[in-house]
Design a protein around this ligand. Structure first.
Ligand code: ZN
Ligand code: ZN
Ligand code: FE
Length: 764
């Protein structure tokens, strides 16, 4: 009797980000390797595979599928069922889908160049040798070249480039790495680079070779990348870095540095295993690293800190450039605080003014997308800017709700649009007080709403009446409006991304946020869930003499604190420790603060850090937001052990954290000439100790054990680290932002989470 072959057939349904990322071709190659038959196709919810073969082979196939899917794929669900055998198939194939898939749930961001393309780029016998736009299904631009969905070449800025026969063959061959790679291109048929001088005239010769010469001569080059232009210069040339700073009017803020390779970066910076993973990740963000003392990078790249923002070449253009000259300073191609330039028209604002020449190309950038920035605190990331490489990947909300548009805050603005339980956060937009950024904000809202094909039913916004984002929200007609208090939004962002059920103790520390009582909040202890919050405590309030102006002048904030704590005795200290404030000015400012003239009260933690930074002489001129606090942290002695005293008192049912005793001790320490770095370190410990103590008091009262940290102050990883250690030691469960920034870039997501939860609660 002939032995029957025990074939089995399975249907595998896969959900997640599995379309437009080379998933089906990977399945195809795998199935062919194992001699399995069947098919794969896109469905409205992901990819469905039917696969037939020997049971043991099928098991292997599924195991490999789970673990070795394409690097861009994110498998969120994988369901396997046994079905009836099919005896007609001879091989495995990819079937055209009946429905156009709902790509939105898994729309991929721009992807850094993959290892295979990189190898081909430098392979002299490859037909794409040194082709600056090489890509495959595993890498290349996505979000920045898509006009509309679904993601098809005809709807991208590659539409104007007609595939040559060789590229077309790759595009159509399922076993090829470039099967349906929409931006596929080569020397023959694809985009080309071009070098133009300050007068916009084309410079003859090899564009890359001349660009390298320009950089080597210490000049500034604009380079068109993936999400916009960069301004570049030789990072080892102190003169070039100075020139760039002067022309960009950016005297102090750190500049990012791109290295040709990880090993080269390691020569200048400490890189942990976790940091290495981030640097090599497909998002290729700027990762803030500790600079080695032996590094030959000029101090001027990050004069305020011992850290360097480092990233790897993520587009082939970068690879080719960095291969000839590395490291390069690479900073956003814009004038200070404007949106990054993406086209020739916007290039006019920087070329000739800041850049001496521009390495540009004819593949249009359709969406502005700045580089993302993150740093690691121990093993967990702190995202400082979530943009290129992350956008438009969605973040899951705890509930599914009717569509929401959340307008974000005023500074570091992003917007967020929801579809079901998915939140899509825009690229970094910037500070809306600049009209060009506000225009970009409006474009981004329109673009996201169109791209996701939603009609917002709810518009969420900050309570601050003067934010441009608030004014915009109030102008949208025919929607429900949902005002969300600023610090509630911060804490909600943390609750939502960590999917924390129920209430938490929320520590929301930042520079400024509009409080419901009309004062400026910023050192807030909330008891919150996604629907509502109660202000359980806050930092002691001080007058902000001259209002917002005090933000630009930390010495004034320090004066205000001294005047409040020491009354008339403050005068001597002001003279001694705040030499920038003239005697007459001191009197006037003290008068203003005392009589509350143009001096709103604030409980801001950011302003307290400003004041201490000023007292210790660290703050300097405020040429970028948060500089005083950045310098206080950078100077702090991390090994300082003790902490100063503080006071927590209940006033009208609210706990008020006062650092008055600490300020007395700091003045005393200054009088005794103790090292300022040490004082800064002890101050960090003190804030951590006070916050941990206040959490303990709240736990005793209401029994909550979960603490959520958010707000721009938590970009300070020294404070975050010290606080988390204390809270964990006190057996609190601690949650931080890991998917969205703790700064105001995360506000839109928090607003969306609150609006979503409220709309569900209202319904039930
Ligand atoms: Zn590739
Ligand atoms: Zn071609
Ligand atoms: Fe904030």
């Amino acid at each position: 009797m002939k032995k029957a072959i025990h074939l089995r057939r399975l249907r595998v349904k896969i959900g997640g980000r599995v379309q437009g990322v080379g998933f089906r071709p990977a399945v195809y190659r795998l199935a062919r390797r194992f001699n399995l038959t069947g098919f794969a196709r896109n469905t409205s919810s992901g990819v469905t595979i039917e696969i037939q073969g020997l049971p043991v082979t099928l098991d292997n196939f599924i195991a490999i599928l789970r673990t070795n899917s394409p690097r861009q794929a994110i498998i969120e669900s994988l369901a396997v069922e046994k079905i009836k055998k099919n005896n007609g198939e001879k091989s495995f194939s990819i079937i055209k889908s009946k429905h156009s898939g709902d790509l939105r749930a898994g729309m991929p961001p721009d992807l850094a160049i993959c290892a295979l393309c990189r190898r081909e780029l430098f392979d002299p016998v490859n037909r794409r040798f040194q082709y600056p736009f090489i890509n495959c299904t595993d890498c290349g631009p996505r979000f920045t070249i898509i006009k509309s969905l679904p993601y098809d070449r005809a709807r991208t800025s590659m539409a104007s480039f007609k595939l040559c026969p060789d590229c077309r063959a790759e595009f159509r061959e399922p076993s090829d790495r470039r099967f349906e790679a929409q931006p596929n291109a080569c020397h023959v048929c694809g985009p080309q680079v071009r070098l133009v001088g300050a007068n916009f005239k084309k410079i003859a010769g090899d564009p890359l070779a001349i660009a390298v010469k320009i950089l080597k001569a210490g000049k500034i080059l604009a380079v068109k990348g993936v999400g916009g232009y960069h301004l570049c210069c030789n990072a080892l040339d102190d003169g070039a870095v100075r020139l760039l700073r002067r022309r960009k009017n950016r005297p102090h803020k750190s500049l990012a540095v791109m290295f040709a390779s990880l090993s080269e970066a390691r020569g200048h910076c400490e890189i942990s295993a976790e940091e290495e993973i981030e640097l090599k990740s497909v998002a290729a963000p700027v990762v803030v690293l500790r600079k080695k003392t032996k590094s030959s990078l000029p101090k001027n790249i990050s004069p305020d800190t011992g850290d360097i923002g480092v990233f790897m070449p993520y587009s082939p253009v970068h690879c080719l450039l960095l291969d000839k000259i590395s490291p390069l300073v690479m900073t956003s191609g814009n004038k200070l605080d404007e949106p990054i330039a993406i086209n020739e028209d916007e290039l006019k604002n920087i070329l000739g003014m800041i850049a001496d020449a521009a390495l540009t190309h004819d593949r249009q950038i359709l969406r502005r997308c700045d580089d993302s920035v993150l740093k690691l605190s121990g093993k967990s990331p702190i995202i400082l800017r979530r943009s290129r490489g992350f956008v438009p990947a969605s973040i899951r909300l705890p509930v599914s709700a009717p569509p929401i548009l959340a307008c974000g805050a005023e500074l570091k603005n992003t917007v967020c649009v929801t579809r079901g339980d998915r939140a899509f956060i825009s690229a970094h937009i910037g500070d809306l007080d600049d009209f060009r950024n506000y225009r970009f904000f409006r474009e981004s809202v329109r673009d996201f709403v169109n791209l996701l094909e939603i009609k917002p039913e709810t518009v969420a916004y900050d309570m601050h009446p003067d934010y441009m984002s608030t004014r915009f929200a109030l102008g949208v007609q025919g929607v429900r409006r949902e005002a969300v208090q600023h610090h509630h939004a911060h804490i909600a962002s943390c609750i939502a991304e960590n999917e924390i059920p129920g209430q938490v103790i929320g520590l929301a520390l930042d520079g400024t946020g509009y409080g419901e009582d009309g004062t400026i909040w910023g050192g807030e202890i909330l008891i919150a869930d996604l629907v509502s919050y109660k202000r359980a405590g806050h930092f002691k309030q001080y007058p902000l003499p001259g209002g917002e102006a005090a933000i630009l002048n930390p010495d004034r904030m320090a004066l205000s604190v001294l005047a409040a704590e020491f009354g008339a005795d403050a005068r001597k200290m002001i003279n001694k420790f705040l030499p920038s404030i003239r005697n007459t000015e001191a009197g006037a400012l003290m008068e203003m603060a005392a009589h509350k003239i143009h001096s709103p009260l604030t409980s801001s933690a950011g302003r307290l850090f400003d004041a201490i930074s000023a007292l210790l002489g660290f703050s300097g001129e405020i040429t970028y937001e948060g500089r005083a606090a950045v310098r206080l942290q950078a100077n702090a002695d991390r090994s300082a052990g003790k902490n100063y005293r503080y006071d927590i008192k209940e006033e009208n049912g609210v706990l008020v954290i006062s650092f008055t005793p600490a300020i007395m001790e700091i003045i005393d320490a200054l009088e005794h000439n103790l090292p300022r770095d040490y004082i800064a370190g002890v101050f960090h410990n003190t804030v951590a100790a006070a916050l941990s103590a206040v959490c303990g008091m709240i736990r005793e009262r209401v029994g909550l054990n979960k603490v959520a940290l958010s707000g721009g102050v938590f970009q300070n990883d020294l404070l975050a680290h010290k606080l988390i250690l204390r809270l964990k030691k006190n057996r609190f469960a601690v949650y931080t932002n890991q998917l969205v920034p703790p700064n105001d870039g995360g506000i839109s997501f928090g607003q969306a989470a609150v609006a979503a939860e409220r709309s569900i609660t209202r319904r039930s």
